[in-house]
Design a protein around this ligand. Sequence first.
Ligand code: CP3
Length: 366
Amino acid sequence: MSGTAGTGRETGLIRKPESNSTVALNNSPFMRACRREPVPQTPIWLMRQAGRYMREYRELRARMSFLELCKTPLLAADVTVTAAERLGVDAAIIFADILLIVEPMGFELKFAKGEGPTIHNPVRTSQDVDRLREVDDVDSLEYVFEAIRQTRASLRGDLPLIGFSGAPFTVASYIVEGGGSRNYVHTKSLMYTDKGAWHALMSLISRALVKYLNAQIFAGAQAVQLFDSWVGSLSADDYREYVLPHTRSVLSSLTPGTPVIHFGTGTGELLELMREAGGDVIGLDWRVRLDEAWQRIGHDVAVMGNLDPVALFAGKDYIRSQAKKILEQAAGRPGHIFNLGHGILPETPVENVIALVEAVHELSAK
Ligand code: CP3
């Protein structure tokens, strides 16, 4: 008699736990909403849901730097799972950063206290672009893939895990500016004065992003998000010429069957073009009305958004009223994922975030 007798395995009546969770994941409200299928209640997750507004996170960060935390898979996985379970959200997002990809490209990345990210050897000229390193493989980002595997192993079986990267423009803006920026003077100067160098830079970044995102999917991410956080600094004409072909090439090269969220801020005038570039779900910030934006880009694509992150400072009644307003604009149409219009701010009261999650679930329950 074989060792598996009586387990049902030989008859196929009992599925392996793995396939059970694949079914549960695929049927989760988040994955259903990505595919614009009906859901029992609107799924919600929050950009930057793991971060300084949480005591558990601050305690860990007191012991190590942000980059060390990103590069310690067990802890990155723990931060990811803790945030998702504490908030009661419908998806987890891997704890990482859009700038990790610049290290294998040959840049020195630092997160200085109170300063945000800095890149010490930025690209400013076509000679700088020529010197850039092609990212042949993403092996040096193995710590991200290991964090994804470890997160997947300890996350609730029906909770999808979102992988992510920056979009070509937003990554390029950090590489050229050397950090965050208000006016993107260096980035736009390169774009306007040396088209060849600009497109070469964007192509090189795009090839690296495709490898990075597909490796995250292979490691176990159920969906991925492309953050084009700062693309709203461009006019529609500039977006069309300098950004759209690159973002489109990334989005069209991702592993088929994995939903992609395409997000940006300040994008009121770019939404149709972002839609054209691709993505199964278009992320909306709070400056646009969700109903009008969805109408404009078409109801044959899903949307994510779009509460003002600052609403989370205003008290539970206000939060509930704003959640209701956004849900009314979505009008019960399949394909809405609730989120903020941008990341949670560090000073946000955790109890208000939990109140938002509860309000969205309760107000949208069918
Ligand atoms: O959403 C999540 O919970 C996953 C983790 C995540 C982080 N960064 C962790 C992080 C995600 C999705 C990001 C994306 C990211 N990183 C973006 C796109 C999203 C957005 O906000 O538009 C951008 C622009 C970055 C670049 C970046 N990383 C900046 C500008 C900063 C400094 C800002 C700040 O709040 O200090 C970071 C650091 C960073 N990334 C922190 C976290 C939790 C704070 C690090 C710390 O001090 O502990």
